[in-house]
Design a protein around this ligand. Structure first.
Ligand SMILES: *Cc1c(COP(=O)(O)O)cnc(C)c1O
Length: 370
């Protein structure tokens, strides 16, 4: 049986008519940037996250970058980021002019280890940027505890974790602000690029919005050298169609993950751990295996598509050679990059597809004794 790594078809089949109606509505109004669709989605998304303000922006990277700039993070400053995440987290920091300081994860959850934050704090540290990676919430009790003890603001990267909760509270509502991505492949995806910044701080929201709109507070009056990064009306209308379904999209992914967690049994496969406080939304279902390339090839031959998230840790990326961080600097992130394999995970996987993945992993021939 062929199982793709990801498919948008099940959701598109259910919501296609509504998405087309949203397109017709925007076209009939003939208004494409900064209008009522954007405002309506921002209100609904802020309510869903449990915060006061939402600012629609062009993508998830810009959401983080504009928040950091609005906070005044810039040249000479440092920001704590996980050593294991997608490159955008670090790019937001370096685009702001600051330096990313990497902190290692807890390998079992892949998320930032709060116990390691303190040792990475310096006088120039301006913020802590935890990522709710693969849709698993970070330990926000511990992160907020360190942050509060040192008087540091927290900016959450929620690009992979729409609707995920820690102790029943949605991610994005813990820190000073949070960035979301609505890239099509994310759990809440637009039909193109889109993102949002959320916060309870009205002044921060206003500055973030101005920074994404050429730095202007009113037309042709520019307070800052801003960016052009706005949520357009079409994407906002599409997102408003999908948002009411986010909770059941998360439930569907949790059903698939629950089967993976209980039915995959292989001595060489390490399954992700879930903390009792966590309600993950499984953007990615990441396993670890020392013989990853062999497992990957075996699954491919069985028709099961997989992914690697991410094959090269950020500190070893050519674009960050200037940070001067050698191989071995972040052994846990490096180990994850060598052993991580992502199994198929998307809304609407059939029980047969889930079974096919489980069955294939369990049949992966055991490695010989060394
Ligand atoms: C996708 C992603 C981003 C960036 O979002 P874009 O919309 O692609 O700019 C940021 N952080 C993480 C962890 C992501 O997965």
């Amino acid at each position: 049986m062929k199982v793709p790594f990801v498919s948008f078809l099940p959701l598109e089949r259910e919501l296609g008519a509504e998405l087309r109606a949203a397109f017709e509505r925007v076209l009939a109004r003939s208004w494409y940037i900064g209008g009522e669709e954007d405002a309506a989605f921002e209100r609904a998304f802020a309510r869903a996250v449990g915060v006061d303000h939402c600012v629609g922006v062009g993508n998830g990277l810009d959401a983080l970058l504009l928040i950091l700039k609005a906070m005044g993070v810039g040249a000479g400053d440092e920001v704590i980021v996980p050593s294991n995440t997608f490159i955008a987290t670090a790019l937001a920091v370096t685009y702001a002019g600051a330096k990313p300081v990497f902190v290692e994860p807890v390998p079992e959850t892949f998320n930032l280890d709060p116990a390691r934050i303190e040792a990475a704090l310096f006088p120039r540290t301006k913020a802590i940027l935890p990522v709710h990676l693969y849709g698993q919430p970070c330990d926000m009790d511990a992160v907020m505890d360190v942050a509060n003890r040192h008087g540091l603001p927290v900016v959450e990267d929620c690009a992979q974790a729409h609707g995920a909760c820690w102790r029943g509270r949605p991610v994005g509502s813990f820190g000073l602000a949070a960035g979301f991505s609505f890239y099509p492949g994310k759990n809440l995806g637009a039909l193109g690029d889109a993102g949002a910044a959320v916060t309870n701080d009205a002044a921060l929201a206003e500055k973030t919005r101005a920074l994404g709109n050429y730095g202007s507070d009113r037309k042709y009056h520019h307070l800052y050298q801003g960016h052009n990064s706005r949520l357009d009306e079409l994407q906002a209308a599409f997102l408003s169609v999908k948002l009411p379904h986010l909770a059941r999209i998360g439930e569907d992914r949790r059903r698939t993950a629950a089967r993976y967690l209980s039915e995959i049994r292989h001595p060489e496969v390490i399954l992700p751990a879930v903390r009792p406080e966590a309600t993950p939304v499984w953007h990615i279902f990441a396993i670890r295996c020392a013989r990853r390339a062999e497992l990957e090839a075996f699954l491919k031959a069985e028709g099961i598509e997989t992914g690697r998230h991410y094959p090269i840790p950020m500190h070893l990326q050519p674009c960050y050679a200037s940070l001067g961080l050698p191989e071995g600097a972040f052994p846990l992130a490096e180990e994850i990059s060598r052993t991580e394999l992502s199994l198929p995970m998307y809304y609407g996987m059939t029980p047969e597809e889930v079974s096919a993945v489980i069955d294939a992993v369990n049949r992966f021939p055991r490695g010989g004794q060394p």
